[in-house]
Design a protein around this ligand. Structure first.
Ligand code: SAH
Length: 361
């Protein structure tokens, strides 16, 4: 939606408040209405113009056809026994993406998708099984948070955003950038950038740009191996990015932003989870300002990889901690609704469904 006369907007969520105000003006509507509509959308969680009771019926009717609020809709909502919520969103062209909300104490973290599918092909990840279908627009990224908020209790507010759903966010930079702005804006979700994390498999030029554009956003780098040989087995699509490149990038990120980046490490049994791997990693990360997030593999039906044992995970963490490295072990949340880390995929998509069954039989 461009703020030009008579352009049929894709959705209001694609626009900043300034752009929407301009569009309202060009369409001959009172401009103060733009702010009211944004308040309904972002503060009061409205899903339709009919809920915006302080707008005249005439204006509401005019806007329904000329300025749709959303371009996507919720297809299904699942609630996990641990409080995690997962929604499947249907996009205007029939594609689908998943979004998850994870409660933890007072935190309410939303894990958003940035692409339909993913092109990075990490061997353990469900999102990449069918490749990357297309980029999400900024509006489609923003709508994920607006949709999932409507499934939350009214007194709960989204406190954190992590770009760790389907897709590689740095491969969709301009829309990532716009969505971060809307998540943060006073007219938008009002979430501090310090409460946002962008996870990348290692698109380092873009990571540098992110640190310049949004120095308060936390960077997470998916590492998955202590050396190039193992990393390239796990992340086969970008062999030119070495483990050393990732470590240098993490150091530069800290120097530039004074914020510690996180290394994510998906632990796969019999591949990257042995004590020798932990020792090699500890040696390479010693003295670096960073956190390490160990994510025990969440099994995916189609992917024949082993889970690490509890002992593997604890021993790995202990070796890193002995070297003074701050380590967290990611808890598995929402597993009963396939919402656990890395399980997001296009299961409901008919093509995906048949391929899935074909693999099984
Ligand atoms: N493309 C980005 C962001 C999406 S993935 C990236 O690679 O960082 C975010 C995290 O999900 C990754 O760190 C990965 O470790 C984790 N993940 C994906 N599939 C997983 C699985 N099956 N089990 C455990 N973690 C997984």
């Amino acid at each position: 939606m461009k703020p030009k006369s008579n352009d049929l907007p894709e959705s209001v969520t694609c626009l900043s408040l300034d752009q929407f105000t301009e569009w309202m003006k060009e369409m001959g509507h009172p401009t103060f209405r733009a702010k009211q509509i944004f308040e309904w959308l972002y503060q009061h969680r409205a899903g339709e113009y009919s809920e915006m009771t302080n707008l005249s019926i005439g204006l509401r009717e005019a806007l329904v056809s000329s300025a749709p609020l959303f371009s996507s809709k919720v297809n299904t909502t699942q609630h996990s026994s641990d409080g995690t919520i997962k929604i499947l969103i249907q996009l205007h062209d029939g594609e689908k993406v998943e979004t998850v909300m994870i409660p933890e104490g007072k935190r309410r973290t939303v894990c958003v998708s940035s692409q339909v599918g993913c092109g990075m092909g990490c061997v353990f990840c469900a999102s990449g099984l069918y490749g990357m279908k297309r980029q999400l627009s900024a509006g489609e990224i923003i709508e994920q948070v607006l949709h999932i908020r409507r499934a939350m209790e009214s007194e709960e507010r989204v406190s954190n955003i992590v770009f760790m759903g389907m897709g590689e966010p740095l491969a969709n930079y301009s829309n990532l950038d716009l969505s971060i702005r809307a998540f943060q804006a006073e007219w938008g979700c009002g979430i501090g950038k310090r409460h946002m994390t962008v996870s990348t498999v290692g698109l380092l030029t873009r990571a540098k740009k992110l640190a310049e554009d949004h120095p308060q956003v936390t960077l997470a780098i998916s590492l998955h191996g202590p050396n190039d040989k193992i990393r390239n087995q796990v992340v086969p699509t970008i062999p030119h990015i070495t483990v050393n490149d990732l470590i240098v990038a993490a150091r530069e990120f800290f120097e530039e932003t004074h914020r510690k980046p996180t290394f994510e490490y998906c632990m796969i049994g019999n591949l990257n989870s042995a004590k020798e791997h932990a020792r090699e990693l500890a040696f390479r990360l010693r003295g670096l300002e960073c956190y390490v997030n160990l994510i025990p593999l969440n099994p995916v039906d189609e992917i024949p990889l082993d889970e690490p044992t509890r002992d593997d995970v604890n021993a790995f963490a202990a070796i890193l901690r002995e070297q003074g490295i701050e380590v967290a072990i990611r808890k598995r949340r929402g597993a009963d609704i396939d919402a656990a880390c890395g399980q997001l995929k296009l299961k409901a998509d008919s093509q995906g469904f048949f391929e899935r069954d074909a693999v099984k039989s």
